[in-house]
Design a protein around this ligand. Structure first.
Ligand code: ZN
Length: 190
């Protein structure tokens, strides 16, 4: 690898497996090597690593966090979260990228993140692990899961109805792993 310092974001393609080996902080998705954490691209020889930058505020294991699903690169999602007491702030100072693996979504087998979450969802989760500089979260708890889901067609917040989630505007239905207190709250949009 060259000495140039390239800053990459989660989900960004950094190379292909034909050229490189996927190292720390990366994922191999069907031959494409994607950054799985924000950081600086590096590596040795043919190996690509993403060197993460320390989170502004480290989260202790067990901390409840709230945030938004920013990217999905199966079988993981990347979310930006802050400690739950800071929820509602547009850009909490202590926010950090965290990793959610499909197997940490809920009890039972979940093959893909997209079976339960979509980009843009607001979720509540718990920090379960700090590994290789990445925070891992879990939503395997009745109180964890989606807090606000948006209609994939018209982006309206979806309503929880007896038959499941439904868009009040276009009636489209969708599925999520919901938090026990899921409700539609008006978002402040400027
Ligand atoms: Zn809709």
């Amino acid at each position: 690898m060259s000495e140039s310092k390239r800053f990459v974001r989660p989900g960004e393609e950094v190379g292909t497996e034909e050229e490189f080996e996927a190292g720390t902080g990366t994922l191999n998705e069907d031959g494409r090597i994607l950054a799985s954490i924000p950081g600086t691209l590096g590596g040795q020889e043919r190996r690509l690593d993403v060197i993460g930058h320390p989170a502004l505020t480290p989260f202790a294991k067990g901390t409840w966090v709230v945030g938004r699903i920013e990217n999905i690169a199966e079988p993981v999602a990347l979310a930006v979260v802050g400690a739950e007491e800071l929820a509602g702030q547009r850009a909490p100072k202590s926010s950090a990228y965290v990793v959610l693996h499909a197997s940490y979504i809920k009890r039972g087998y979940v093959k893909k993140v997209r079976d339960e979450y979509r980009i843009g969802d607001i979720i509540r989760a718990r920090i379960v692990e700090l590994k290789n500089g990445e925070f891992h979260i879990s939503t395997d708890d009745p109180h964890a899961g989606c807090l606000i889901a948006f209609c994939p067609a018209c982006r309206e917040p979806m309503e929880k109805r007896p038959a499941g989630l439904q868009c009040p505007a276009c009636e489209r239905r969708d599925n999520r792993k919901l938090a026990d207190d899921y409700k539609v709250v008006p978002l402040t949009r400027e």
